[in-house]
Design a protein around this ligand. Sequence first.
Ligand SMILES: Nc1ncnc2c1ncn2[C@@H]1O[C@H](COP(=O)(O)OP(=O)(O)OP(=O)(O)O)[C@@H](O)[C@H]1O
Ligand SMILES: [Mg+2]
Length: 394
Amino acid sequence: MVGTVKKDVVVGIDIGTSGIAVAVLNRSCGAIQEPLGFGFCASISMEKGRIDDPGNAAIAVQKAMDEARTAAGVSFASANVSIEGPELVTRHGSVKQTIAGQQVIEWRDLQKLQQHLCETVLPADWSVIQLVNIRFYIDDKHVVRPQGFRGRELGLSATVLAVPGSQMEQTRQCLRNVDLQVTQIVAGAPAAAQAVLAEVERQVGVICVDIGAGMTKAVFINHGMLYHLSIFPVGAKNVTADLAVGLHTSLEAAEKIKKEYGLGSISGHVYVPNLSRTGYNVVPGALVHKIIRSRIEEILDFVKQFIENLKLVSSVPGGIVITGGGAQLSGLSRLAQDYWMMPVRIGCNTLLRKEAPNEDAYRYITAIGLALWGNEQSQVTEGGFMGRLKSWLR
Ligand SMILES: Nc1ncnc2c1ncn2[C@@H]1O[C@H](COP(=O)(O)OP(=O)(O)OP(=O)(O)O)[C@@H](O)[C@H]1O
Ligand SMILES: [Mg+2]
């Protein structure tokens, strides 16, 4: 019976535009990482990462969780869950505060300063997802753990990731309707990057591009830290919609054509089922190719802009790693390499390579990253700083 086996597991739940993906990983002796099971359910009431109807969305989340519980053969009560959307912002900031009477710095002083930083960089009705790149200073000197020290002034610099308050509320409402205790809500794109990047890439500088169904997300990671994150409201689903409109066919037929031909040039004609399903339209292969390529070029342009905005003085040795469902489009890495004039590889996760549940394994990449995130956090947290920060941000 599901739910009777007790194992030390970490779980990630990715609430994506096209589907809810759940990954259950085994944690033995403090280290991961063996996948125990996966679950998936097509999203209901989702648009570009935003939950429109929390009650309906919860049905899909619950189904995906149930499937993962059955596949893994274990019960799990808690998970890290993703949140994402084109409105997500990253704000860098720093604040300082005088320490009255040079008293010993306590945990609550750090907490107050983080709250102050969030209030300084964000409009009032925004919700903080997480703080990254946190650095504390005492009298302008960097200190990793300031608790217990004395000084005249406590400083903090950090990057705040946030979404509109209404979006966070919809996610919370959805999660209240499922049988789950949420450990942390975190941004999906850094979690996907965590799943597909090698540590050396994260250290030397790398850009990770996640082409999902409704959005394309780009993150720049260097020295192991997330420097920039940008989300563009166009993804692989737009290619399908363009094909359906341009070829006067159904979304199902358009999706099939997209996956079959990808970015390859198409000679001759393509037979496309017409909308009334009574026959076929015969369309030039060149037209199909043009429709797919135009939308993909728009996505590649967004990433090009992202790279230019970074104003990198030197190259990015780690190159660009593309992931997400859109990365499965055949011919994409070659076109992207020419377009960005940088080395490109398609990113997957070693756990998936070993244990791919099916040909749609890419669906679980972000969920794996979220689960791995959970493992990393709980190792740092034993009564430590990150655990308490986590509960404050929840
Ligand atoms: N072989 C393929 N060629 C092109 N597109 C593909 C292929 N396989 C899957 N896709 C597309 O990938 C998308 C799903 O990817 P993914 O699971 O990463 O999206 P998501 O996480 O639900 O969306 P988002 O991250 O935008 O919220 C779908 O639009 C699907 O059509
Ligand atoms: Mg996604």
